[in-house]
Design a protein around this ligand. Structure first.
Ligand code: B1M
Length: 210
C-alpha cells in the first residue's frame, strides 16, 4: 500500500505512532504537504462516514481526532512555510447558560479534521462574545451548540444578535441533542446538523467547498 493510503488508514484507526512515522516517510519521499494534508482529511472523512453509519462511536472518533491533532502539530510548520493555510475559519461555542461541551468539542475536532481553522470559545458563551470573536477572526462559519431545552431560547437570541451584527455573510450552524431542522428554520439559522460528521458536510456545503 502506498504511504498516503496508509496514512489515511492510520488516521481512521487513530494510530498516532503510525501517523507520525508515515508523515516522516512521506516527507522523505518528497511528497508535498498539501498531498499529506489531503490524505489526513480523507482519514477523518472516512471516520465521519462510519460514525454516521453507526459503524463506530464517539470513542473511536475521539481517538481518530487525537491522531489528527498529532499529525497537524507535525505538519503545520511545513504547511505554513509553504503558505498553505485553512481557507475557512469557524467560531464555535455552547450557548449562554449551557455547560455541556462533549458534543461541541467533537464538532470542533471534526471541523479541524476537515482543515477548517477553528476558534473554540468554550461553554456558556454570550451572544456578544460570539459577535466579537466572529468579527475578530473573520469567521465564515459560526457554530452554536445547546444541550438543554432551557438554553434553546439563548440559541434563538444568539442567532438574532448575530443577524443584527454585520458579519460579512458568516453562516450560522446549530446543533445539539434537543435541536432540530425545524427549530433551525424557526430561528433563522443557515444550517443544522444532527451529529459531528454531518456538521462537516454542512459547513462544506455552506462555504461552497462540498
Ligand atoms: Co447534562 N443534561 N445537565 N450534564 N447531560 C443532559 C443533556 C440531559 C438530557 C440528561 C437527562 O436528564 N436525561 C438533561 C437535559 C434535559 C433537557 O434539557 N430536556 C441534562 C440536565 C438536566 C443537566 C443539568 C440541568 C442537571 C442538573 O444540574 N440538574 C445540568 C446543567 C448544567 C448546565 O449546562 N448549565 C447538567 C450537567 C451535566 C454535566 C456537567 C454533569 C455533564 C456535562 C459534561 C460536559 O459536557 N463537559 C452532563 C452530561 C454528560 C449529560 C449527558 C449525560 C450526556 C451529554 C453528552 O455529552 N452526550 C446528557 C444525557 C444524554 O445525552 N444521554 C445530559 C454525548 C455527546 C457526544 O452528544 O452533546 O448530543 P451531544 O452531541 C452530538 C450532537 O448533539 C451533535 O453532534 C454531537 C456528536 O455527534 N452536536 C452538534 C452537538 N453540538 C453540535 C453543534 C453543531 C452540530 C452538531 O453545530 C455547531
Amino acid at each position: 500500500m502506498k504511504t498516503l493510503e496508509q496514512l489515511t488508514e492510520a488516521v481512521g484507526r487513530g494510530d498516532r505512532e503510525a501517523v507520525s512515522s508515515l508523515i516522516e516517510s512521506a516527507m522523505m519521499q518528497e511528497i508535498g504537504p498539501k498531498a499529506i494534508l489531503d490524505a489526513l482529511v480523507a482519514g477523518m472523512d472516512d471516520i465521519g462516514r462510519r460514525f454516521k453509519a453507526n459503524e463506530v462511536f464517539v470513542p473511536e472518533v475521539l481517538i481518530a481526532a487525537r491522531a489528527m491533532k498529532t499529525a497537524m502539530a507535525k505538519l503545520e510548520p511545513i504547511l505554513s512555510e509553504a503558505g498553505i493555510r485553512p481557507a475557512f475559519t469557524a467560531v464555535i461555542g455552547t450557548v449562554e447558560g449551557d455547560l455541556h461541551d462533549i458534543g461541541k468539542n467533537l464538532v470542533a475536532m471534526m471541523w479541524r479534521g476537515a482543515n477548517f481553522d477553528v476558534i473554540d470559545l468554550g461553554t456558556n458563551v454570550s451572544a456578544q462574545r460570539f459577535v466579537v470573536a466572529a468579527r475578530e477572526h473573520k469567521a465564515s462559519i459560526i457554530g452554536l451548540s445547546a444541550l438543554l431545552t432551557t438554553t434553546m431560547p439563548a440559541m434563538r437570541q444568539t442567532v438574532q444578535t448575530l443577524r443584527e451584527a454585520d458579519l460579512n455573510g458568516a453562516k450560522i450552524v446549530i446543533g445539539g441533542a434537543p435541536i432540530t431542522q425545524s427549530f433551525a428554520d424557526q430561528i433563522g439559522a443557515d444550517g443544522f446538523a444532527p451529529d459531528a460528521a454531518s456538521a462537516v458536510d454542512k459547513v462544506r456545503q455552506l462555504v461552497g467547498a462540498a
